[in-house]
Design a protein around this ligand. Structure first.
Ligand SMILES: Cc1cc2nc3c(=O)[nH]c(=O)nc-3n(C[C@H](O)[C@H](O)[C@H](O)COP(=O)(O)OP(=O)(O)OC[C@H]3O[C@@H](n4cnc5c(N)ncnc54)[C@H](O)[C@@H]3O)c2cc1C
Length: 344
């Protein structure tokens, strides 16, 4: 296993921010991953694509385990094909593989950076699909028991940008199995903007390759596909989750507005609304920022590092936006990325 002391973490994150790690270990397969996590007496941080972490300027005073396992295997099971990928495998390579193999279920999740193993952590989702729609099981190292075991989807506690793996360092994900449907067309497309650009009815389907290309084009237009030459993509994607409000909070929000906010029904009589919409109406426009950090010029939800910035500047901007939305609308925005050594 490759080990480094005082390793720079900023280049390993999509924000290009954060101080050093006391130690960095590279795990190239599941066995090395288990050994690195169980063998460390210090605190451990698992890092893969670094596209959903905000690391403190002080860095991490423990061992960072860089997940670099790769590989995919597929097996027919009844009407479905189970595709298992190692935790460190590139997520978008897996989506491209599924589309090329005529397997549907992941195509709307094209262009999301990072690794397979991180997808269950926040139940990655976009354009009407979430990984919980297709995840069959997740192989984990349970650090409480030291046991490697398979967790069925039902045990994973999936919700909107949430799972049993989030907010705990109990589990190291070793691989993930997705159950995909053979065929050249997607399932019903649930996202209006995507159906419109593909020219299909809401809930209609389209060829997998067309869906992938349409999603990539939409995402590029919003700075949501990593591009070294585009500072709008130096982000963690959406910085805030869309608020899910109970009926009282929803009524209070509507009382404070003279127009109807975007709304999607959620279980339990709750309503999801758009964080980007609230941020804009609270007075924070695209491009707003200072000290080397700013709201993306293409997407209000992405906070970006323009060069010469710091994690403390990024979090100061995030706090200003959160506090502004709270004061204006009474809604508290919550960060989507994992904050390492920091709080919002
Ligand atoms: C431009 C851009 C667009 C994005 N768009 C989307 C989007 O549309 N939808 C969406 O949901 N997300 C999006 N994201 C966020 C991010 O890409 C995803 O959350 C992705 O799954 C993170 O993968 P990663 O490998 O980079 O994780 P990392 O950032 O390396 O890690 C994230 C968290 O997962 C933990 N972790 C990583 N690997 C493992 C493992 N093997 N076992 C246990 N814990 C692990 C880490 O400790 C950390 O807490 C976007 C990010 C960017 C930069």
């Amino acid at each position: 296993m490759q080990v480094e002391s005082k390793a720079k973490l900023a280049p390993l994150t999509t924000l290009r921010l954060g101080g050093p790690a006391a130690r960095l270990v590279v795990a190239r397969d599941a066995e090395e991953l288990v050994a690195a996590v169980t063998g460390s007496a210090e605190p451990v941080l698992l890092l893969a694509g670094g596209s959903n972490v905000v690391v403190s300027d002080a860095g991490f005073a423990g061992t960072v385990v860089l997940v670099r396992s790769a590989g995919v295997r597929a097996q027919r099971r009844g009407e479905l094909v189970e595709v298992t990928a190692e935790a460190g495998h590139s997520w978008d390579d897996l989506v491209a593989y599924a589309v090329a193999e005529d397997l549907s279920g992941l195509e709307c999740l094209s262009g999301i950076p990072g690794s397979v193993g991180a997808t269950p952590i926040q139940n990655v989702g976009a354009y009407g699909q979430e990984v919980s729609d297709t995840i069959r099981s997740v192989t984990v190292l349970d650090r409480h028991t030291g046991e490697v075991r398979s967790m069925a989807a039902g045990e994973c506690g999936f919700g909107y940008r949430h799972s049993a793996f989030r907010g705990t360092d109990r589990y190291a994900v070793l691989d993930v199995t997705y159950a995909l449907r053979p065929g050249r067309s997607s399932g019903g497309l649930r996202y209006g903007e995507l159906s419109r650009v593909l020219g299909v009815e809401p809930d209609g389907s389209a060829p997998l390759g067309d869906v992938r290309e349409a999603v990539l084009a939409l995402r590029r237009g919003k700075g949501m596909v990593i591009d070294e030459h585009d500072l709008d993509t130096r982000s963690v994607g959406s910085f805030f989750t869309n608020p899910v409000l109970d009926p009282d909070q929803w009524a209070e929000l509507r009382r404070r507005l003279d127009e109807d906010p975007p709304q999607w029904p959620e279980p339990g009589g709750r309503t999801k609304t758009s964080a980007a919409w609230l941020i804009e109406r609270a007075g924070f426009a695209k491009g707003y920022g200072r000290d080397g950090v700013a709201i993306s010029s293409k997407h209000t939800l992405a906070l970006t590092h323009r060069g010469g910035g710091s994690t403390s500047a990024l979090l100061a901007l995030a706090r200003e936006i959160r506090d502004g939305v709270l004061a204006r609308f009474g809604v508290e925005l919550v960060n989507e990325p994992i904050l390492v050594g920091e709080k919002l």
